[in-house]
Design a protein. Structure first.
Length: 471
């Protein structure tokens, strides 16, 4: 089946009025006038730095069939004779959110909502890959997980979909409550709580309180999945509505519904064993990093919640893969191999990957290129010093730190017995990247990790990647 929405549905969902009627049936929703919008509904969103009402001509030129606006028709620059439907609403973002909720309620798909400081995107990808072995599945692309990304993702649901999987992010209080109200999930999980977005949330307790929103504001009959290994999510379970259905996962608690442990970890695979429901088993999962055990358990629990049998889940684990920039293994022209993780960085995710690489047995050098952990607020200095101390004890042969907190990072490194090469720069420098490229040899391992805003894929591109696409 192909996606379509009628004008009647558009007006009902947005609570808008048709000021001009051209087309009455549409084939998609867009917020970007630069892409091919053939047959689509273009929402003219207004942000802090832009107003898409200024780009309506571009949207029409890209063949949008309808536009949703909150300005009067007389103020719009519409091309003469355009076969176009114009829907006016009070606020285009609110209308997009309302339409996303409306479309979700029309769908018969079971809706899964995923949040967490770390692992939400990977858990979403793993969950979708597992469930798709049994049911037609839709899931949010990339990290489309905010106040406009979630409704846009919900609007991708088609009649044949049996399950929809949606990531929910946040960086300020109240955001997750709104996303839960829009998506109205049937199944929810907080993968884990760590020290992320401290600038907006103030403390890890503030982060935990906001993450708990996916449980607090979900319907009482929604199934809640809990991580028993994280103290914050364990506390959340004690406050969940009595009688609401739940599933648990844990590496340490053998009584959990999903109980998995790492038995071997290499650059190429993670070997796990344990139990999914009543089904024992083991699998080699082609992903790097022991932190993925948590993501695999969460995904398995969500798949169980959606009706996938345990034996089918076990079989699907051998085919899992991570998304762009998440523990992505990239071969380099020098014969070295890279671990690229450039989509998220906070103390827990940084510490986990540094530990994972330190545990690897490597014939060549271990080279770390680390970028600033953004949105750390007043704790940024102390947390970068903490990271430096961990890196100093990791056994790395070469370390390059990129970011304004290079001094704090260096202070942490100098507290250890680290005596190898340490390079520091405020920002990315192409010359340093090319110097690094020239020193690489076969059997070297290069770790590149930092916050998305640091754009460390520039390092990847400078090191002659053999199979890599920029995001």
């Amino acid at each position: 089946m192909s996606w379509k929405m009628t004008l009647k549905e558009l007006l009902e969902g947005t609570r808008g009025e048709a000021e001009k009627t051209g087309g009455t049936e549409f084939t998609g929703v867009s917020t970007d006038g630069r892409v091919d919008n053939s047959g689509k509904i273009f929402f003219a969103l207004k942000g802090e730095k832009y107003d898409a009402h200024d780009f309506i001509e571009q949207a029409v030129a890209s063949k949008a069939r309808a536009i949703v606006v909150h300005k009067p028709l007389g103020e719009l620059k519409l091309p003469q004779g355009a076969e176009l439907t114009v829907v006016r609403v009070g606020d285009t973002l609110a209308a997009l959110q309302a339409l996303g909720h409306f479309w979700r309620k029309k769908s018969s798909a079971k809706i899964v909502g995923i949040t967490g400081t770390n692992g939400k995107t990977t858990t979403k990808e793993f969950t979708a890959q597992i469930i798709a072995t049994k049911y037609p599945t839709w899931f949010s692309k990339g990290s489309f997980n905010n106040h406009f990304g979630v409704p846009i993702s919900l609007l991708g649901l088609e009649p044949q979909h049996r399950v929809g999987i949606f990531e929910m992010g946040m960086n300020h209080p109240g955001e997750l409550k709104q996303l839960v109200e829009i998506a109205d999930p049937d199944v929810t999980v907080v993968t884990m709580v760590g020290r992320g977005h401290l600038e907006g949330m103030g403390s890890i307790e503030g982060v935990a309180q906001e993450k708990e929103s996916v449980y607090r504001y979900a319907r009482p009959d929604a199934l809640r999945v809990f991580n028993l290994d994280n103290p914050h999510t364990l506390e959340m379970m004690s406050r969940a509505p009595k009688g609401s259905p739940r599933l648990t996962f844990s590496t340490f608690d053998a009584k959990a519904d999903i109980h998995l442990k790492e038995t071997m970890s290499t650059l190429d695979f993670l070997e796990i064993s344990g139990r999914i429901g009543a089904e024992p088993g083991k699998a080699r999962v082609p992903v790097f990093g022991r932190q993925n055990v948590n993501n695999i358990m969460a995904a398995a629990a969500l798949a169980v919640a959606c009706g996938v049998e345990a034996d089918l889940i076990w079989k699907s684990l051998a085919n899992l893969k991570t998304a762009w920039g998440r523990n992505q293994i990239v071969p380099l022209g020098s014969g070295a191999r890279m671990i690229f993780d450039g989509y998220n960085a906070n103390p827990e995710s940084m510490g986990a990957i540094v530990e994972n690489v330190s545990r690897l047995s490597v014939k060549g050098k271990k080279i770390f290129v680390l970028g600033e952990m953004l949105e750390m607020g007043e704790t940024a200095g102390a947390l970068h010093e903490e990271l430096g101390a961990k890196v100093g004890e990791s056994g790395a042969d070469f370390v390059w730190f990129v970011g304004p907190h290079k001094g704090d990072f260096e202070r942490g490194v100098r507290q250890t017995s680290f005596s190898k090469t340490l390079v520091l720069s405020d920002a990315y420098e192409e010359k340093l990247a090319l110097d690094l490229a020239r020193m690489l040899e076969p059997n070297d391992i290069v770790l590149v990790k930092g916050s998305r805003g640091m754009k460390l894929e520039r390092v990847v591109s400078a090191l002659d990647p053999q199979n890599f696409k920029t995001y």
